[in-house]
Design a protein around this ligand. Sequence first.
Ligand SMILES: NC(=O)c1ccc[n+]([C@@H]2O[C@H](COP(=O)([O-])OP(=O)(O)OC[C@H]3O[C@@H](n4cnc5c(N)ncnc54)[C@H](OP(=O)(O)O)[C@@H]3O)[C@@H](O)[C@H]2O)c1
Length: 242
Amino acid sequence: MKRTVVITGASRGLGLALAKQFVALGDTVFGISRTRKHWPAAKKAVPSNRFTLLSGDLTSEQTVKALLARIRRKAGSIDILINNAGYSAPLASVEKVPLQEFREYFKQNLETAFLMCKYAIPEMKKQSWALIINVSSMAGVRAVPRLAAYSASKSGVIALSQAVAKENAQTGLQCITVCPGGMNTEMRKSLFGAEDAARQQTADFVANVIARITEGKIEVLSGGHIIIRHSKITGIFPPPAP
Ligand SMILES: NC(=O)c1ccc[n+]([C@@H]2O[C@H](COP(=O)([O-])OP(=O)(O)OC[C@H]3O[C@@H](n4cnc5c(N)ncnc54)[C@H](OP(=O)(O)O)[C@@H]3O)[C@@H](O)[C@H]2O)c1
């Protein structure tokens, strides 16, 4: 079965690793990134005419609507949406985080996923099968010191998925959350340095687990979340009772 997959934050890191996995499965992938800065490397890493990159800042409601409309015009329907785009700023304790930065975390990590869900759900829920995967973090399950705003925004992502799953329980649309531990990407490097990043699991490992979930090889119930740490699946949690 060939599917249409939309991946946000697909120009590098986990998003690009996901694009690689889904293209290898024969799917058609639309990747979205804020800038075109990493496109040449991304296109080299996934050299396929089934991988299209689109640019747009997903904090803008108009941009989200326009991107989804453009993808639907090209692909018809979206089978899998992966809200992966994410943001982090330098480590700081709560008393040192400016309010503006706290808000930026919520805008970048939670509002973007909310907007994509808001405008993708009306069509996706009409389909016999569709899946939304929201990428949170281990930090969303257990907060990391000096990353309070990041952790709180990622807890919000888990709650968003649970609500979407419950609201659409009578439809073909399912929604789950993936919570990776540290991965060897630019985000990790910018937070904890290159040496630390090199010790983390690869984005390819996490992307492979996500691809296997979409194939039904790993079961995560709608509303549930999966934790992937140190190159292992360390927990799969069912959704809370309705
Ligand atoms: N790395 C880790 O250790 C780790 C651990 C747990 C969870 N996560 C989560 O996993 C996800 C992927 O992380 P990563 O490490 O792969 O991140 P990354 O290397 O920093 O890549 C982030 C991607 O998101 C895009 N993006 C950021 N803001 C955007 C916006 N407003 N609109 C559209 N695209 C936007 C970036 O595009 P541009 O390059 O154009 O800005 C880039 O493609 C994130 O949600 C992150 O929070 C990461």
